[in-house]
Design a protein around this ligand. Sequence first.
Ligand code: SF4
Length: 412
Amino acid sequence: MKEPDTDKSGADANMVLPPTAFEFDPARPSVFWASADDPYDNTRKALANIDISPSKGKRVLLKPNVGRNVKPETGITTHPQVVAAAIDAFKEAGAEVAVGESPIAGVTMLEAFENSGITAIAEERDCQLIDMDVRPFVTSKIPDGAAIKSLRVCREISEYDIIVSIPVMKTHMHTGVTLSVKNMKGCLWRRSKVDFHMLSPLAGCEDKPLDIAIADMSSVLRPHLSIIDGTIGMEGLGPSAGEPKPLGIVLAGVDAYATDAVACGIMGISASDVPHLRLGAQRGCGVIELDSIDVSPEDWRDVQNSFALAPDQLSIEFSGFTILDEQSCSACQSTLLMFLRRYGKQLRDEVSDEKDIVVAIGKGHKELPLGTLCVGNCTAIHRNCGVFVSGCPPVASEILSRFDPYTLRQEG
Ligand code: SF4
């Protein structure tokens, strides 16, 4: 792991990513895929179609999805053999390669890399692993941003010549899918990732500010190459509380939007129905119309395997609980979901009467009933309504330790 750097200078420098060094036709991009038993071979086969020789002598930063501290078979983090294949391909092309990630709050990068299996494959290859939250951020201005005008970006993004996004093929409870465009949100520094979830709606605009902000981000923070890991994807309540979806496929492309669009097609989802992809494509960030993308091999529809989408309401799945969710973000939702899955029945049994346990998350509540379990810092102003669990996001063990059936029965 990289040693902490306490240098605070340059935090206000305006980071601008150079255009991709890899050849492609912006009007008719190509996307390549491979599907067999071995994720390493799939990745090498898909990448073999792209001339990555311009990476010779360059510094390449691989950005997988390792935002959570889980095992690879969960379908939450990028498969280590996909990362291994990318390291090998770029090293063979003569590049200096590192793997970097900035995890969600509460996750220790070192542990997450270890648990994901990426530490082992990186050590075998003498490849540097970087906790991108350690050093000071750089600022990237977004002059045309609709929801946001600047980003706090992890410093490494400005220091490497080539950024490769390597997400897992997943549905997402707030953004429809999370693929190579959305994966770049993991390059935002520390808690600035959460800022996207706290924006006010834009007047006269039906799209969620979160989706608009991702499209804003994408106008200045697009990967130079995308590798999408569908070895074990995730459907339903992604990005972390859904069901693993083994597909055994890997896609690669220079245009992140085109690569995401083909991945969406394989997932049975139209990219035009994914707001951040539609909005970004409308701004000219990439191509999402499948008729305008050359997919190779051409018979990709034979491997289509529809993903279940994330349900809109968490409360649907938990009888005995009423979830009041106003403007929360996925971090709070997934924490609450995992908490309920783990302890919901047990806690329901502790409360003897028939009434639902009321749980509130998010910042948009005007008032809450007495006896509400208020989860997350966003609900702090209602702390006197019942039981308040701090944290942003809160952790499940804290919710459990604060759970007090007596106070939660004090309804007005
Ligand atoms: S408290 Fe929850 S909803 Fe609020 S910003 Fe934090 S994680 Fe998001």
